[in-house]
Design a protein. Structure first.
Length: 241
């Protein structure tokens, strides 16, 4: 009888152990360590639909005017993608433009390139200290501004995940539009108002989506057509340490 009770107790404890969700682990990365400005931390907890999205982080004044890029995924920031050329039967790295990937950031950055869009290129890349490989799981970015920033600002995040179709943003919604085909659901933009004088955490909220093909720098506040794109990130938080 005693052995039976012990076995039942073991089963109960085991089931409780499996029921308790393990705390999310965050890998830490340092970006812009050579900068002399204000330190910020961006904590990104991945959602259920997270699958290597591209993203950019930037700072704006309280009117939304672009100030500086804090981070952008390396492939966008350099114009070189690991899977750009399939002409020889296997994917090879190469130069390619993806204006639909992060168009709101690109147009806010407002640097016209030699191809007629606003993305960085191999000849004119984003500053090396602002780029990095896209993390594959939840992460913390330790960021720094180029110069001291005191007061109120807006932090923006734009993220986009290719092949993330849904019933509204389906594969042939815009036949012949090659840029749309690289974006699927449009890039999603988050923001948070922060005050660098207040050392605390600020939760970022989705505020709209970018143009579906990157044709302009518009921001559409209607998120009703987005589904899985809203679950790429579970939580995004800006921390003023």
């Amino acid at each position: 009888m005693k052995t039976k009770l012990l076995f039942i107790a073991f089963l109960v404890i085991s089931s409780l152990t499996f029921a308790i969700k393990k705390p999310e682990r965050f890998t830490s990365y340092t970006i812009g360590e050579d900068k002399i400005g204000t330190a910020l931390m961006l904590q990104f907890e991945k959602g259920k639909q997270h699958n290597h999205p591209l993203f950019a982080v930037w700072l704006a004044d309280t009117n939304g005017t672009f100030l500086e890029t804090l981070y952008v995924s390396q492939s966008i920031g350099t114009g070189v993608f690991p899977k750009a050329d399939h002409s020889k039967g296997s994917w090879m790295a190469g130069s390619i433009q993806r204006p639909a990937a992060l168009p709101y950031w690109a147009h806010q950055r407002n640097i016209l390139n030699e191809f007629g869009n606003y993305n960085p290129t191999p000849a004119h890349p984003e500053m090396d200290g602002n780029t990095g490989a896209t993390p594959s799981a939840s992460f913390v970015l330790n960021l720094k501004t180029a110069q001291k920033r005191v007061g109120k600002f807006i932090v923006f995040v734009e993220l986009n995940q290719s092949w993330d179709w849904n019933e509204f943003w389906y594969n042939d919604r815009f036949p012949g539009n090659k840029e749309y085909m690289t974006s699927s659901q449009p890039a999603l933009v988050y923001s948070a108002f922060i005050d660098t004088r207040e050392k605390k955490a600020y939760t970022m909220s989705p505020i709209g989506h970018s143009h579906y093909s990157g044709a302009d720098g518009s921001l559409n506040p209607d998120l009703s057509s987005l589904t899985t794109a809203l679950r790429i990130a579970k939580n995004i938080t800006v921390i003023v340490p």
